[in-house]
Write a protein that binds this ligand. Structure first.
Ligand code: ADP
Length: 483
């Protein structure tokens, strides 16, 4: 009886994220924060989203409805999810989300402390009292800390549970200790069992200690971050909370990423009309100034350009890769050092490499659709969306066996025909080049490659499965709370 009553009351979730598609995006977090709620909505959850109102957010009110898209212009289909925007022009009306050409904005602690405080005010203002606040990455890490410390006796807020999702442990929100008063927290918390970390403030550490549950974006990454090698100094804290840590693989929105209806790509294609993919390839070669030839294997990279993504490995391997006669199109922005490395590669191999230093969502789709292969030689990868999107466009991923890449890409076996890509293990040029060689060998056998393309098309990394896992987790948290 009690259970059935509970089933009837909709679960209320507030999803907090510093970036959300379609409003603002620098990486995979925005994709997840913009698509997972739509699927939870379909599963009957009353879910709402809150994010900062940056300059790039083109909405006229402080709330709006995000609907499921079938095209980038946003024709509506389903109920949609309400999103709230926290406004403060001094903090958020800027060109970028977190940094400018000189580095991180110096007031990021103030900006995101403000964001977190406003989230808790919003709950009361809108009278939307969630069962669970779902926080994502360090920008929202103060929410569980405030709840447990500042609001532990608040009659409305004290019963709200928190879940904290790590999208990337490498970004922890570390600040000079002198800034502590800006958070509104007292020095009592600045201890080894609190937010102190090598004499600095570490917001993510605080969230890992004070959230009721922790998730990360793949099962392999959830194990890796409990080790010294991948734990970024927080492996001890994570191991201690091992029981409350769970890895759920990200999905992607299969309506947004869909080669058969995508309005941005040159020619739509599907498993039945796979030859049309070649039209996208020829057009991409033409657009990037590479030789138009359907038989030259074309590789793509779309990435933030940071140490994580293996650009140095690509650079170290480039001579041997280019000797194989392949072509590479790279789209990305990030650290100046990598911009320079890539520009030098393009100067050295102008006929084989196209470098595009920018953020361009439409061009990204043309690369996903036009390439034969997609490279992700990452040092570490919490989940990775690039390989999931590329599979959706039947562009074969070549990945390093780490994090979510290990959970989603398996080596193609020429005998059994199982597998959806190519996988290498060591972070070394040798292993990377060998994987590319294996890929080209399969590519040169039309029948085998066709089979591999079929396998890629048949993969299912839509949100359905993973959204259900989140729902299960939410359900357990609320139940344990009531019970
Ligand atoms: P991360 O979150 O570490 O940046 P993911 O692979 O999880 O990496 O997600 C990256 C997302 O951002 C993908 O949707 C990818 O297509 C997109 N992306 C990355 N760089 C660019 C770019 N320069 N232009 C357009 N889209 C990009």
């Amino acid at each position: 009886m009690e259970d059935s009553l509970r089933m009837k009351a909709k679960l209320k979730i507030l999803m907090c994220s510093s970036e959300v598609v379609p409003f603002a995006k620098t990486g995979g977090l925005a994709d997840v924060a913009g698509s997972l709620p739509l699927f939870l909505d379909k599963l009957g959850v009353d879910i709402r989203i809150v994010m900062p109102k940056y300059r790039c957010v083109k909405v006229t009110s402080d709330e709006t409805i995000i609907r499921e898209n079938i095209d980038p212009v946003g024709k509506n289909i389903s109920n949609g999810v309400k999103a709230y925007f926290i406004k403060n022009d001094d903090f958020f009306n800027r060109d970028n989300l977190y940094n400018d050409q000189y580095g991180d904005y110096p007031d990021n602690l103030e900006r995101f402390s403000f964001f977190c405080k406003e989230i808790l005010k919003l709950i009361k203002e809108k009278n939307f009292i969630p069962d669970i606040i779902h926080c994502n990455d360090w920008q929202t890490a103060l929410v569980p800390i405030y709840l447990k410390i500042l609001y532990k006796d608040d009659p409305i807020l004290r019963n709200i549970k928190t879940i904290f999702t790590i999208h990337n442990l490498a970004y922890q929100g570390i600040f000079a200790k002198e800034k502590l008063p800006k958070t509104g927290l007292s020095w009592d918390l600045f201890t080894i069992d609190g937010i102190e970390f090598y004499d600095k403030i570490n917001l993510m550490k605080g969230a890992l200690l004070f959230s009721d549950l922790i998730t990360t974006v793949s099962p392999t990454y959830s194990r890796q971050i409990q080790t010294k090698e991948y734990g970024c100094g927080l492996d001890g804290v994570l191991s201690r909370r091992s029981k409350d840590l769970c890895g759920i693989i990200n999905g992607i929105d299969y309506k947004e990423w869909n080669a058969s209806i995508d309005p941005v790509i040159v020619k739509n294609y599907s498993i039945r009309k796979v030859n049309n993919k070649t039209i996208n390839k020829l057009s991409l070669q033409n657009q990037t100034g590479l030789k138009e030839n359907r038989n030259i294997p074309l590789f793509g990279i779309i990435s933030r350009l940071t140490e994580q993504k293996g650009i140095d490995l690509l650079s170290d391997s480039i001579d041997q890769l280019c000797e194989m006669g392949l072509q590479i199109v790279i789209l990305g922005t990030g650290e100046e050092k990598y911009h320079q490395i890539l520009k030098n590669l393009a100067v050295k191999y102008p006929r084989q490499i196209s470098i595009n230093i920018k953020y361009d969502a439409e061009f990204a789709k043309k690369i996903y659709a036009g390439c034969d292969f997609f490279l992700m030689p990452s040092r570490f990868e919490p989940c990775g969306l690039g390989q999931l999107i590329s599979l959706r466009y039947a562009t074969i991923p070549i990945v390093r066996h780490t994090g979510g890449l290990a959970d989603t890409v398996t080596e193609f076996n020429k005998k059994t025909f199982h597998g959806n890509g190519f996988v290498f293990y060591e972070y070394s040029s040798e292993d990377f080049i060998t994987a590319v060689k294996r890929a080209i060998e399969v590519y040169s056998n039309k029948k085998l490659f066709k089979r591999l393309i079929k396998n890629a098309f048949e993969c299912d990394f839509s949100w359905e499965k993973s959204a259900n896992k989140y729902l299960e987790l939410y359900g357990r948290m609320v139940k344990s709370h009531i019970g």
